[in-house]
Structures are given as structure tokens and as C-alpha cells.
Design a protein around this ligand. Structure first.
Ligand SMILES: Cc1ncc(COP(=O)(O)O)c(C=O)c1O
Length: 373
């Protein structure tokens, strides 16, 4: 089980305040809840309740003693290992400090004042924030009524722009909805020849619907597709900062100069440990699905509507402005996700452990029924 003792304890409140000031966008996205009471249950950032697998913990412990060095000479073998874990060659893969670095690189390299970033709305805001900060145009296309990405309209926008970078998060953050594999196939087949599709599969491991599939197959076929993956979510390593891009060698070569050097050696060892245990992903997927199904059943019993979830989080209709519910939940020791302006009456909660969700349910019902929000 992971718990969060704030840096505040060790750094002091002054240092904490200055760190947050410089990270305003990240803070907003993560809904940092600086005023969280001790013992808060953290359901705001779609992290995994169990943290890194045991196989990672063991390797990390020994890596700490030799973390005084970069270990550059060991990284080629590490890259080979990660690439091979998805049946790729190292020339088709790039490691980053979380998939945030991968998304950063892709936006930096494949958008420009003339090449827009084209995104569904709502979706994970990080790529749009980066493109806007760089002065590159961002075109938003509303999700379809079934909460899938509207691939036809995304393709139309790429045609109008004669290229650009199309971003699809699948399953999507914040809706936890999926874009079906047929739609992704249609988009790959119909996308403008100078456009690139960036599929963010941060949460794909949690999806068990036969309607959704990885886009890695298109990378194997040499299509203009980049797939972003992360070890932050199902592997429970958000604080270790490891992500990867899979794409054709030509794209990887263009992104590599923007890479922020090697990742932390301790984190690389955590990945080696995690990949050595083939039971991690299926077991965690199954466990999460059980907790998610229990929460959905409870919501139905209480006549509370929600968007059908395919990830380790979900959006729930609270029938009143979300910020009020978010604030009230925090006073009860439950930190949930930030508000999403497209759906002003919906909250997003991470699905944590069964114990976390028991606390969530009790607080949520009190907030909704007590007229407190
Ligand atoms: C959809 C999506 N992509 C990417 C990320 C970035 O995660 P990380 O940098 O930890 O891999 C997140 C984080 O929450 C996310 O929700």
C-alpha cells in the first residue's frame, strides 16, 4: 500500500510553497489539495493503491546503494529490454521521465505554428498546455455522445490543416471512456498523410472491454502512429517517473534529441523488476475491475449516474457544481480529482483499494444526501 507523506514534513512549508508556485499548471492538473487533513485518502491523480510490485522493490533496494552513478553503460541493455517487452527493437522505443516527457517530446517535435495539435475535448490537458505555451495552435473537437473520440472530425481538422499531431487518450482521461478499435483503425487509414496520430495508452492496461485494443499494431505496420505508455499507473510507479514511446525509428530519432538524459537508475531497476513478473498486469487488472464493478453497482443502487468506466478512475454526475463536492469531500478526508469545465456537474474519482472506496462511499453519500455541498 502506498501512503503519501508530503514533502512538507521534510522540506518545511516555505520550500513547499515555492515549489508549488513554479508548478502551477501541474498543481492544477493534479488537484494537489494543499489543505488536505492528515490521513487523507488520495483519489485525485489516478495512481495505483498498491505501489510498485514486490519484484521492483527488491531491485530498487540494491540500486539505491549504487545510485551515485548514472550507469550510462547499462542503459542500452535496459532500452532493449523495454522495447522487447512489446516485441519492438530499441530503435522503435524512447524512454522518458514518465509519459509526460514523451508527450512533451512529441508536441515539441511534431507541432509548430503551421502544424496544430488536434485534440478531443475533454481529454488530458498536458499536450494542449504545452502546445499553447509554445505558441502552436490547438484545435479541440468535442467527444461524441458515447464519449468516444470523434475520429471523423479529428481527421477533417487534420485535412484542413494539411497535417498536424492528432492526440487520442485511450481510455480517455477524465471520462475513462474508450475509443473503439474500429474507430482507431478508420483514423489510421484515413488520416492526412502529413499528420501523425499520438495515442496515449496510460490507462489501457485497466481496460477489459473487447471493444478496445492497443494501437501498437499500427506502429509495427510502419504507420504514422506514436503510442505513449507509462509505468505510473498499473505498475504503481508514478513517483518513479518512467514512460515510453513506441514509434517508427524515424520518429524516435527526431524525438531523441529532446530527451531529458537517462532516467533515474533506481527507477530503471524498478522497471526491470516489474517486467520480470508476468503476473503483475493481469492480476492488477482483475483486482481493479472487481473494485470498479463494486463501485458501479453501489452507484446504481443509489441511483447515481456515471460514465461507464474502463480505467482506474471514473466520472460521476453529482447534479451540482463539482467544485463544491470536491471541497466537501476534502473536509471528510477524501481528495478527489479537479473539476472539468466541459462537465460542470461531474466529479472524477480515482478507484483506489477496496478500503479506500469504502471511505469514499461513506463520505460521498453524506456529501450528496446531507445537503452539505
Ligand atoms: C492520460 C495521461 N497521460 C499521461 C499522464 C502522465 O503520467 P506520467 O508522466 O506519470 O506517465 C497522465 C497522468 O495522470 C495521464 O492521465
Amino acid at each position: 500500500m502506498i501512503s503519501r507523506r508530503g514533502f512538507g514534513k521534510t522540506l518545511g512549508s516555505l520550500a513547499m510553497a515555492s515549489a508549488i508556485g513554479g508548478e502551477a499548471a501541474f498543481a492544477q492538473r493534479g488537484a494537489v489539495h494543499l489543505d488536505a487533513p492528515p490521513g487523507t485518502i488520495w483519489l485525485n491523480a489516478n495512481e495505483h493503491p498498491d505501489g510498485p510490485p514486490t519484484s521492483s522493490m527488491m531491485l530498487m533496494a540494491s540500486a539505491m546503494q549504487v545510485s551515485g552513478r548514472y550507469h550510462y553503460q547499462e542503459f542500452p541493455a535496459f532500452y532493449d529490454l523495454v522495447a522487447r517487452s512489446e516485441q519492438f527493437d530499441a530503435s522503435q522505443m524512447l524512454i522518458g521521465a514518465g509519459s509526460s516527457e514523451i508527450l512533451h517530446n512529441a508536441v515539441e517535435v511534431f507541432t509548430s505554428p503551421a502544424r496544430p495539435l488536434i485534440v478531443p475535448d475533454p481529454t488530458f490537458e498536458f499536450p494542449s498546455e504545452l502546445a499553447k505555451a509554445a505558441g502552436h495552435p490547438v484545435i479541440s473537437v468535442p467527444l461524441r455522445k458515447d464519449y468516444a473520440a470523434d475520429v471523423k472530425r479529428l481527421a477533417e481538422e487534420a485535412d484542413k490543416a494539411k497535417g498536424g499531431l492528432v492526440y487520442i487518450c485511450n481510455p480517455n482521461n477524465p471520462t475513462a471512456s474508450i475509443t473503439p478499435k474500429e474507430d482507431i483503425a478508420w483514423l489510421v487509414a484515413n488520416l492526412h498523410r502529413d499528420a501523425i496520430l499520438l495515442v496515449d495508452e496510460a490507462y489501457l492496461h485497466f481496460a477489459d472491454s473487447p471493444k478496445v485494443d492497443t494501437a501498437l499494431g499500427y506502429v509495427r505496420q510502419g504507420k504514422n502512429v506514436i503510442v505513449a505508455r507509462t509505468f505510473s499507473k498499473i505498475y504503481g510507479m508514478a513517483g518513479l517517473r518512467i514512460g515510453a514511446a513506441y514509434a517508427k525509428p524515424e520518429f524516435i530519432a527526431k524525438m531523441t534529441p529532446y530527451r531529458n538524459n537517462v532516467i533515474a537508475y533506481v527507477s530503471a531497476q524498478a522497471v526491470i523488476g516489474a517486467l520480470s513478473d508476468p503476473t503483475v498486469v493481469p492480476q492488477r487488472r482483475q483486482k481493479m475491475a472487481a473494485t470498479r464493478n463494486a463501485l458501479c453497482t453501489w452507484l446504481k443502487e443509489n441511483k447515481i449516474t456515471y460514465i461507464e468506466p474502463h480505467a482506474n478512475f471514473m466520472m460521476i454526475d453529482v447534479g451540482r457544481p463539482a467544485p463544491q463536492v470536491i471541497a466537501k469531500m476534502l473536509t471528510k478526508g477524501v481528495a478527489i480529482g479537479r473539476p472539468f469545465p466541459t462537465y460542470p456537474n461531474m466529479i472524477r474519482t480515482t478507484i483506489g483499494s477496496d478500503q479506500d472506496m469504502a471511505v469514499f462511499r461513506k463520505a460521498f453519500l453524506q456529501v450528496l444526501q446531507g445537503g452539505e455541498a
